[in-house]
Design a protein around this ligand. Sequence first.
Ligand code: PLP
Length: 458
Amino acid sequence: MALHIHESGEDAQRSLHVRPRPINIDADSIPKLRMPARGMLPGAAYEIVHDELLLDGVARLNLATFVTTWMDQEAELLMAECAAKNMIDKDEYPQTAELERRCVNILASLWHAAEGENATGCSTTGSSEACMLGGLALLRRWRARPGHEKTATPNLVMGANVQVCWEKFCRYWDVEARLVPVSAEHTHLTAETALAHCDENTIGVVAVLGSTFDGAYEPVAQIAAALDALAEGGGPDVPIHVDGASGGMVAPFIDPDLEWDFRIKRVQSINTSGHKYGLVYPGVGWVVWRERGALPDELVFSVDYLGGHMPTFSLNFSRPGAQVVAQYYMFLRLGFEGYRDTQQTSRDTAIWLAEQIGALDCFELVSRGDELPVFAFSCAVGTPFTVYDVSDAIRSRGWLVPAYKMPAAIDDISVLRIVVRNGFTRDLAELFLDDLQRAVRTVARRGSDPEPVTSFHH
Ligand SMILES: Cc1ncc(COP(=O)(O)O)c(C=O)c1O
């Protein structure tokens, strides 16, 4: 196996500045599942790891992920400069803490938190942690509600299409996951179906903007109106958490008239993934509560900060500061107009590509890319191959397009999903379309794989 390594001390001195020269190393001398007895020079370790990672997919061709795969070089530079900063060390890195505070304020105002209500929030490692915190606040507030039955099992109402982090939340904290069945007509939660599943032990309803499965927005305002009517009629007063993992950074810019955020009184908290349409590399998420009172005191811990104390409420302790800094950079770099143009371009590309694919005889669109810039499509009835065959075939050109079943109740429908992100240009979309048509011709000739396997997880 050809590797690159230095032998002399002089070479080692230079190793940070020059490419090391290749030498042959016995592959057996690099154990994979235990630590090597002796170390090696940095250049050699770099080459080994770097070469192995060549086998990963190309991030920009990964149409499966919602996560940012392209940033400015300046953002990358800032992130490298901040790689050693721990977000929790507010005392040592007060300015990083200040940038986090500014980002929370920027998001609160983007999501129309009222000036006087003192919205509060924090950064997290991603939406999963942010959802845990949002869910925990709902759970604590339900427990604190006077008159509720102490032994009752709390439940959380959400569509069967929710991302797995909500099922994790329910399992970790002994909450019943009340998964509302979806249908081919409504692939997500509706006001009627949400309402029908609420009772006095419901800690909240999770409304998703938009669905991981097909990019559809759930009707937050309609769900809220139905819950308002329930409370006014003497029923339970059920708060809403909006899981805006993706849509929280899309809708404010290109659907300004859509009411889904703190303009709706019943929306207590919102999360988003800074590393999705927030346009930052992984991992950073955000959670914001509409007012300080929506975040129970038991969830707030005090850490030392500039010799004083600063409240924190994240689950993780140590966490990188670089992504938070990069988020602030992106807010400055793009501004409102820049985000609007970027998200609109992604939506235009998604709609265009969905239309092209929908026009092919072998596919049927499940969604059109006109909410999140994301769409799903299935194989038309009678097509002699499956979505799994197509996913497999298109991979030979480097494109990663997941194939999976829709949620329970409509899991007889299998789809391919395309996530259009910043960096997936119209030009790339045209190349993708050519490759998709080529893949279709190949699988049509070859026929279906009798035992398709998928390892895709939402
Ligand atoms: C709707 C929704 N919620 C939560 C998550 C989890 O987000 P993260 O990957 O940032 O933890 C995702 C991820 O795709 C999502 O789509």
